[in-house]
Ligand binder design. Structure first.
Ligand code: R2B
Ligand code: URA
Length: 309
């Protein structure tokens, strides 16, 4: 993280805090994880989730279901065609699938959506008394100066001004949190890509925005009051600071993983090169194959660790 002071000041989670840091939680008689339709009184969370070691989050429900089926077969727990039930079937906010030690959860699009989900997911880990958990975000992104289909493992997530932090506004007071991802985990994932040798994978900086159109300097939104030259200058500036892809959740994912003491990695495939255009017009087959790529890297890492457990 280039913002050394911020990252140094970040309190590291003492082992006993187990993913949360909120004195009020212990005083609550019941905790309802509203957006998961789970709760400490209605569900035996330690029995349901106590063995979870890997949380994998991604935007779409169907992608997380497919990922859980893929992991089911990869870890030798069943077949990729098995119907894995959605644990949060009573709500349509998020979906959750569990296969062995892997918990796959969808987070929707954008910072607010993933932030709500992570609050409840980290509380779930705490209530379930989980230990030694590792977190991954697998997703899609727009690349800068990369061949479409390249996978980017994020070193750090930067905001639209290229600052390596996430600004949280609490009661009008802004606090900046470090957005570095776990370097060891990122390197292990890169090693998996070298072993697989199926597609290009790099470690790079990820730009996290609050919008897909104007927020990512696109020229094809409903509104656009800047020029093609402005766009190209901004993307070039991003590239020059080390940015290799753009997406919409990595900053708060990185910040919340750091606050909770969870090693976290962000692995996103690039669907297009933003220096060449804005529209995503690949065929469904191409997009589907691209989206398997982050799953393969994370799957490879989990399999290696799972075989040692
Ligand atoms: C990547 O893709 C989505 C926008 O299409 C967004 O959730 C993201 O981060
Ligand atoms: N997701 C994004 O946020 N941006 C893109 O360009 C592609 C996917």
């Amino acid at each position: 993280c280039s913002n050394k002071d911020l990252c140094r000041k970040e309190p590291t989670c003492p082992p006993k805090c187990a993913y949360v840091s909120n004195p009020y939680l212990e005083t609550m008689k019941e905790d309802v994880l509203y957006h998961f339709d789970l709760g400490t009184k209605t569900h035996d969370l330690p029995a349901m989730f106590g063995d979870v070691k890997f949380i994998c989050v991604g935007g779409s429900s169907s992608r997380m279901k497919t990922f859980s089926q893929y992991m089911n077969e990869l870890l030798g727990l069943g077949r990729a065609t098995d119907d894995i039930p959605n644990i949060c079937a009573q709500t349509d906010r998020y979906s959750m699938y569990k296969v062995g030690p892997v918990l796959a959860v969808s987070h929707g699009m954008g910072i607010p959506s993933i932030s709500i989900m992570l609050h409840e997911l980290f509380k779930l880990l705490y209530h379930a008394k989980c230990t030694d958990v590792v977190a991954f975000r697998i997703g899609t992104s727009g690349g800068i100066g990369l061949k479409p289909g390249t996978v980017v493992i994020s070193k750090v997530s930067v905001d639209p001004s290229f600052h390596p932090h996430f600004e949280q506004n609490v009661m009008g007071k802004i606090t900046a949190y470090c957005t570095e991802l776990n370097a060891h985990l990122s390197q292990e994932l890169l090693n998996c890509s070298k072993e697989n040798n199926e597609f290009d994978t790099i470690i790079g900086t990820t730009l996290c925005t609050s919008d897909f159109y104007e927020g990512q300097a696109r020229l094809d939104g409903a509104f656009c009051n800047y020029t093609h030259e402005d766009k190209m200058k901004y993307l070039q500036r991003a590239y020059d600071t080390g940015v290799r892809n753009i997406e919409m959740e990595s900053s708060v994912f990185a910040a919340m993983c750091k606050r909770s003491g969870l090693p976290g990695a962000v692995v996103c495939v690039t669907l297009l090169d933003r220096l060449q255009g804005d529209q995503i017009d690949n065929s469904h087959e191409v997009l589907a194959e691209y989206q398997e790529r982050p799953q393969k890297l994370v799957g490879c890492y989990i399999k290696k660790v799972f075989c040692k457990i």
